[in-house]
Design a binder for this molecule. Structure first.
Ligand code: SAM
Ligand code: DTB
Ligand code: SF4
Length: 326
């Protein structure tokens, strides 16, 4: 979070077409009912509005990350309760994936607290991917920045999706992270695409950004070409010891608006209602589904923080007359 990066970032930040940004901004500013109506219309034209995809997360390598992301409990720059642990073994990961599959998840996403994987890490993660793929689940990994050839190795092992978020608008990015640039992220996304892996790319809201900056994030995501297959929209989980622990909680209706605009701007993408569901409450989550969210992280843990119990989610979906996508 150096001031140098905060000053440099806007100058090097990629520009999206002004009309995209204007469109995102105007949508976010609509009267709530008009925005929801548009989002529902787009959603129903492209998806079965009763179905939700369930993806389970596992932190395969927790803590000790050299990056300084201001929101993250796994950074060595912040004093949090998260300890540095080694990469998990294949049998442990397989056991967790089996439980996720039995509970109804169709995608298993493995996260590692790395700046990026080293050569030997990729070899080991490739084994994990192949093992999970062998269970018949969709595989996803989020391992940080990738270098030449690494995405190809993961693809060959059976990786279906790679999650790498833009996190926020280019104009706000320097306030949150100094150890990697926006362009670094776009470069990794290019490598993922180039290897034939589907892209999972979204961001976090509730970090103190303005509505205009939320529009900036959405415009960047929608400008990726092709658009990401999955778009996780996270509400900041405020973790003690991180610089953003004291951030003001986002207005739940503003979060719903963000989801709705993601749905409208990326009509064919699966929009995931991601971190922050526990704090959001069930009524706001129901509005997010109305706004076009059609995926959730499922299981009582995200990476290091809590998530609603699987049974509570099943009950919520039943109350809403929705069902898990097979
Ligand atoms: N280390 C890798 C990286 O950052 O690319 C992969 C794991 S990282 C934890 C994956 C994503 O989780 C981040 O890009 C961020 O969007 C999200 N995330 C991390 N901490 C969060 C928090 N406290 N609240 C909401 N989202 C968070
Ligand atoms: C994403 O966009 N959100 C997930 C997943 N991709 C890897 C991570 C959320 C992490 C929340 C904080 C934690 O549990 O450590
Ligand atoms: Fe490291 Fe990822 Fe956390 Fe940033 S978000 S500190 S890169 S684990």
């Amino acid at each position: 979070m150096s001031t140098e990066s905060a000053v440099l970032e806007p100058a090097v930040a990629p520009r999206v077409a002004t009309d995209r940004l204007t469109q995102a901004s105007r949508l976010l500013d609509l009267p709530f009912a008009d925005l929801m109506y548009q989002a529902q219309t787009v959603h129903r034209a492209n998806f079965n509005s009763h179905e939700v995809q369930l993806a389970t997360l596992l932190s395969i390598k927790t803590g000790g990350c050299p990056e300084d992301c201001g929101y993250c409990p796994q950074s060595v720059h912040h004093e949090t309760a998260v300890a540095d642990e080694p990469l998990m073994q294949v049998d442990e990961v397989l056991a967790a994936a089996r439980v996720a599959k039995e509970s109804g998840a169709t995608r298993f996403c493995m996260g590692a607290a790395w700046r990026g994987p080293k050569h030997r890490d990729i070899t080991r993660v490739a084994e994990l991917v192949a093992a999970v793929k062998g269970l018949g689940m969709e595989t996803c990994a989020t391992l940080g920045m990738l270098r030449d050839g690494q995405a190809e190795t993961l693809r060959a092992a059976g990786l279906d999706f790679y999650n790498h978020n833009l996190d926020t608008a280019p104009e706000f990015y320097g306030e949150i992270i100094s150890t990697r640039t926006y362009q670094d992220r776009l470069d990794t996304l290019e490598r993922v695409r180039g290897a034939g892996i589907s892209v999972c790319c979204g961001g976090i809201v509730g970090m103190g950004e303005s509505r205009r900056q939320r529009a900036g994030l959405l415009a960047q995501l929608a400008s990726l070409d092709p658009q990401p297959e999955s778009v996780p929209i996270n509400a900041l989980v405020r973790v003690e010891g991180t610089p953003l622990a004291g951030a003001q909680e986002i207005d739940p209706l503003e979060f719903v608006r963000t989801v709705a605009v993601a749905r409208i701007l990326m009509p064919h993408s699966v929009v995931r209602l991601s971190a922050g569901r526990s704090a959001l409450g069930e009524a706001a989550q129901a509005l997010c589904f109305l706004a076009g969210a059609n995926s959730i992280f499922y299981g009582e843990k995200l990476l290091t923080t809590g998530n609603p119990e699987a049974q509570a989610d099943q009950a919520l979906l039943a109350r809403l007359g929705m069902r898990a996508r097979a």
